[in-house]
Design a binder for this molecule. Structure first.
Ligand code: ADP
Length: 404
């Protein structure tokens, strides 16, 4: 089964083609990505044979760019199929599925209307997900399309974890914790099971997704029990440009005393806070670490806050799970920064957690970096959200489960 995955971000459009036959293969046949910088799209395509094509896209329309990108599936030197009809199913990463959509869902007009309606909760992401669906309809006609929701993995949260202690009426208005990065956390749980050759039954796992956006998930028996992101992806840990959790009274104070508008506050908290807001330099962790090496005190403060909140967040997840057996680090920072893994793990030595410092420094992918005597296994996992989306499509369409 040929499964095309569409993963739309605020400043990128990624797409992968997988060949699935129920056996666990993680490499796509074809990978493409458009990165948008100052309104201009830059396209990069890689095939299984490592043919790389790069070009700037002339168009200003995201829909046209996506269509241009997808044509390279069957045209030019990056061609991997002869005709669009060879694609059996298309899976879309959809950020917000609200309370209605708790698992991967075949897209029809009703689902599209719901994604549009839920744009009020995810105003940047859900509309571009709809653009992706239109681009596929444009090229592939009636091919089955599946929505895989970022919120779905956290549908298992209990009311104590998802209800905010505000007005009871909020629940009916859809104001509750949803949680995000669901496909990544789900993949990490699956990969941990493969790496440890265990079904993880009864085990308590915390997945730390540390990318530009950061979130934790507390997982037991494959189910999300708690998570740091909430009603929107703004809650929880300090992130690249997002503040994470702050006292809501700060917003009331800024509205009253500094005449901020709602839009300005949204920009401030999402785009100009976090590592960028504190350091004044960058939201990119590599640049923060470089600046610290050059003696930049604000960058050092930014990293200190990041680590403080990360450790506190893991502590909260341990309390929700009432224990910890496996700690997983993933995404850009989690997979690559030995420093952040080391400092974070040091805080939990009181649990009998210890890592092999030399192994940690090598940033090994998909490996256990804990010492044999450690009471908690510590894994570095390369997150593959696109593969997880493809596997959800396979499960839905073929009624099968992927096996090793
Ligand atoms: P996104 O959330 O957009 O998918 P990524 O998962 O790619 O982002 O993570 C991006 C973050 O990972 C950036 O802050 C980047 O600096 C950080 N990162 C990548 N490599 C390293 C590294 N070697 N050391 C520290 N941080 C890194």
């Amino acid at each position: 089964m040929k499964i095309l995955v569409m993963n739309a971000g605020s400043s990128s459009q990624k797409s992968c083609l997988y060949e699935f036959n129920g056996i666990n293969t993680h490499s796509p046949l074809w990978e493409a990505q458009i990165d948008y910088q100052q309104g201009q799209g830059h396209l990069k395509i890689k095939t299984g044979q490592c043919i790389v094509k790069q070009e700037s896209l002339p168009s200003q329309s995201r829909l046209d760019d996506t269509i241009a990108m997808l044509r390279y599936l069957w045209q030019g030197e990056t061609q991997v199929i002869n005709d669009p009809s060879e694609v059996d199913v298309v899976g879309h990463r959809v950020v917000h599925g609200g309370q209605e959509y708790q698992s991967a869902t075949l897209i029809n007009s009703e689902v599209k209307a719901a994604i549009a309606r839920l744009s009020k909760f995810a105003p940047i992401h859900n509309p571009i997900n709809l653009d992706g669906i239109s681009a596929i309809e444009n090229i592939f006609g009636t091919v089955p399309q599946v929505a895989v929701f970022d919120t779905a993995f956290h549908a298992s949260l209990l009311p104590a974890a998802y209800v905010y202690p505000g007005d009871y009426g909020w629940i009916e208005q859809g104001i509750r914790r949803y949680g995000f990065h669901g496909t990544s956390h789900q993949f990490c749980n699956r990969r941990a099971s493969e790496i440890l050759s265990s079904d993880l039954k009864g085990m308590k796992l915390i997945s730390c997704h540390l990318g530009n956006g950061c979130s934790l998930a507390a997982i037991q028996n494959g189910k999300s029990m708690d998570t740091t992101m909430g009603f929107t992806p703004l809650e929880g840990l300090m992130m690249g440009t997002r503040s994470g959790s702050i006292d809501p009274s700060i917003l009331i104070h800024l509205l009253r005393e500094a005449n901020y508008t709602a839009d300005e506050l949204e920009q401030l908290l999402n785009k100009h806070s976090g590592l960028l807001g504190i350091s004044g330099i960058s939201g990119d962790m590599r640049e923060i670490i470089e600046a610290i090496a050059q003696g930049n005190e604000r960058a050092e403060l930014a990293l200190d806050i990041y680590l403080h909140r990360l450790k506190a967040g893991i502590g909260a997840m341990i309390a929700s799970l009432e224990g910890l057996d496996i700690l997983v680090f993933t995404a850009g920072v989690g997979e690559n920064s030995a420093l952040i893994r080391e400092v974070t793990c040091q805080a939990f030595t009181f649990l009998g957690l210890s890592i092999d410092s030399e192994k940690n420094k090598r940033s090994p992918v998909d490996q256990d970096i804990s010492n044999p005597e450690s009471k908690v296994r510590v894994l570095v996992v390369h997150t593959q959200e696109d593969w997880e989306i493809a596997s959800e499509c396979w499960n839905l369409m073929a009624g099968g489960k992927v096996t090793d």
